[in-house]
Design a protein around this ligand. Structure first.
Ligand code: OAD
Length: 249
């Protein structure tokens, strides 16, 4: 069994003087909740082609197929529970101003109790009409033969960012600002290869902030980070929280 890495003395010292912390998260933080990541052996994109499912043209050509795939993922996500990683980030709000910048659409940070969350790739439980933009958030759509339609007749689509689409501008600029102004940025469970979201940790690097990566594998960001912890985010974050609590007592 590989031991979970313990937090360094430098990190604990940094935490003791920090006020603002950003968590930049990706699919890996939800892996311990049973939600598959996008890449890697069991990744979603090994089983489904993104160009067939996660883009606007595919949706307009075959809305039922794309809608059903999102319904399937919604059901999965609703049954999943936040894990230690999400819960530790939420608990850290008792000590710091915590901003979560997430690429995940699964709502697990919110369900764990995090308050400030910028969702760069949307939210799987939110929807809108492609014609009139009317919102249908957190609606339980019944199963039917065809994908749901708005009262104006337009197709209702999930409010997630598809390939070729822009990220939500305000969430992105708020995330950049948070990364520039934080004391420590943790990049957790992301391969750091999908831009523009993957720029966020570099905002912190370029502003001279302390950047910590938590990921079992090396990523594009690893070399730019001040520290890397190779392990599962739920376990590594729990160790960091426990050691931090010991150090303030
Ligand atoms: P990826 O699937 O690209 O990367 C997941 C990362 O999580 C990998 O680096 C894994 O090593 C790591 N990982 C796996 N298990 C972990 C664990 N228990 N603890 C910590 N890390 C773990 O997912 P993202 O980086 O989130 O975009 O992908 C970015 C974007 O690509 C997604 O938001 C999605 C996708 O296309 C859109 O849908 C727009």
């Amino acid at each position: 069994m590989i031991a979970v890495p313990a937090p360094s003395k430098i990190l604990i010292k940094k935490l003791l003087s920090a006020k603002k912390i950003v968590f930049f998260t990706g699919a890996g933080i939800s892996a311990e909740s049973g939600i598959p990541t996008f890449r890697g052996e069991d990744g979603i994109w090994n089983k489904f082609k993104p160009e067939e499912l996660a883009n606007f043209n595919s949706f307009m050509k075959n809305p039922q197929l794309v809608w059903e795939w999102y319904q399937f993922r919604r059901e999965h996500v609703k049954k999943a529970m936040p894990n230690n990683g999400h819960l530790v980030i939420s608990e850290l709000q008792n000590y710091f101003e915590v901003v979560v910048v997430t690429q995940n659409v699964d709502n697990l940070h919110r369900r764990a109790g995090s308050k400030i969350i910028y969702e760069l790739h949307g939210n799987i439980e939110k929807n809108f009409c492609v014609d009139c933009s009317k919102r249908y958030d957190f609606v339980d759509f019944p199963k039917s033969e065809s994908s749901p339609k708005c009262e104006c007749g337009g197709l209702i689509r999930p409010d997630v960012v598809w390939f070729g689409e822009m990220l939500p501008a305000t969430e992105f600029s708020n995330s950049e600002k948070a990364a520039r102004e934080c004391d420590i940025l943790f990049s957790v469970g992301t391969s750091s290869i999908v831009f523009p979201a993957a720029y966020i940790p570099y905002e912190a690097v370029d502003s001279g902030k302390y950047v910590v990566e938590i990921n079992p594998d090396e990523t594009e960001l690893s070399r730019a980070a001040n520290e890397v912890y190779r392990g599962k985010s739920g376990e590594v974050l729990k160790n960091i929280l426990d050691e931090f609590k010991r150090s303030i007592n």
